[in-house]
Design a protein around this ligand. Structure first.
Ligand SMILES: CN(C)C(=N)NCCC[C@H](N)C(=O)O
Length: 273
């Protein structure tokens, strides 16, 4: 399919500025507490991501950052919304647990479902409205626990496909898989268990397949509006792969946020009213 045939869909997003961003604890393999973070640079890169989304025609809401919650910039982890219903997050690590309340407050007026099980919002859940009548892909193995998948299905009324992650470097689903549009995905197969790989190959035969270098460059941690695929500047090869599949890559420098173990997608939650 050529680039001109891909139709973008206007989105509404939620982001949280890295005002209090530091790497003062290590809860994933990417975090190194011995190298100081350049907070000013992180702020500039975050702002460029925000304005890129706005320039593409999308709406970006901003969540107030809370002092003492340095990972709050990864706004995708705070909840997961589908058609006006919001399944709240419950963080695996105590360092992040207070973020859930800040997100809950943001969703005042939405139908909010309080979770019983550990889950890290859009970090481990992706929604494809055009695939199989609307399907949720869900990761488990490192952060989100398996019973949260059934809880999300009950809360959101959409089938949830459970996918087991097996490589600690790719500890959230959104480090290893992304929705490119309403019905297709890109993913790095080796991040998943053999059974999960079979499930993905069966459900998404036209998926764009990424390799380890793409995943390590956080090239799968992307945000797509169905046409424009926003990914970090390091992920050049991944950009070419999505271009070959008919999408338009838009690269944004986000190196400072990688220091906390995240990139574009982690910093952006989609609000599906
Ligand atoms: C793509 N990823 C991994 C995310 N969705 N979130 C990033 C979370 C980073 C944070 N330091 C943590 O380890 O929780």
């Amino acid at each position: 399919m050529s680039d001109t045939e891909r139709m973008p869909r206007v989105r509404t997003y939620l982001m949280c500025p890295p005002e209090h961003f530091t790497v003062e604890y290590a809860i994933n393999p990417w975090m190194d507490t011995t190298v100081p973070v350049d907070a000013a640079l992180a702020g500039k890169q975050w702002e460029l991501l925000r304005t890129t989304l706005i320039d593409l025609g999308h709406t970006v809401h901003v969540l107030d950052p809370v002092e003492g919650l340095p990972d709050m910039v990864y706004a995708a982890n705070g909840a997961f919304s589908v058609d006006g219903r919001v399944y709240g997050a419950r963080f695996r690590h105590p360092q992040r647990s207070a973020e859930a309340a800040a997100h809950r407050e943001f969703y005042t007026g939405w139908q909010f479902i309080e979770p019983e099980h550990v889950n890290e919002g859009e970090g481990d859940f992706a929604y494809l409205p055009g695939a199989y009548g609307g399907v949720i892909l869900a990761g488990h193995g490192f952060r989100t626990e398996l019973p949260a998948h059934a809880e999300a299905q009950e809360a959101l009324g959409r089938p949830v496909i459970s996918l087991r992650l097996v490589d600690p470097a790719f500890y959230h689903l959104d480090t290893a898989l992304a929705a490119l549009d309403d019905h297709n995905i890109t993913y790095y197969p080796e991040a998943f268990s053999p059974s999960a790989r079979r499930v993905l190959a069966q459900l998404f035969p036209d998926a764009v397949i990424a390799d380890r270098a793409d995943a390590e460059a956080f090239g799968l941690n992307l945000v797509s509006d169905g046409r424009h695929v926003i990914l970090n500047t390091e992920a050049t090869a991944m950009g070419e792969k999505v271009r070959a599949a008919g999408y338009t890559p838009v690269h944004v420098e986000l190196a400072e946020l990688k220091r906390g173990g995240g990139s574009v997608k982690c910093a952006v939650a989609e609000l599906r009213a």
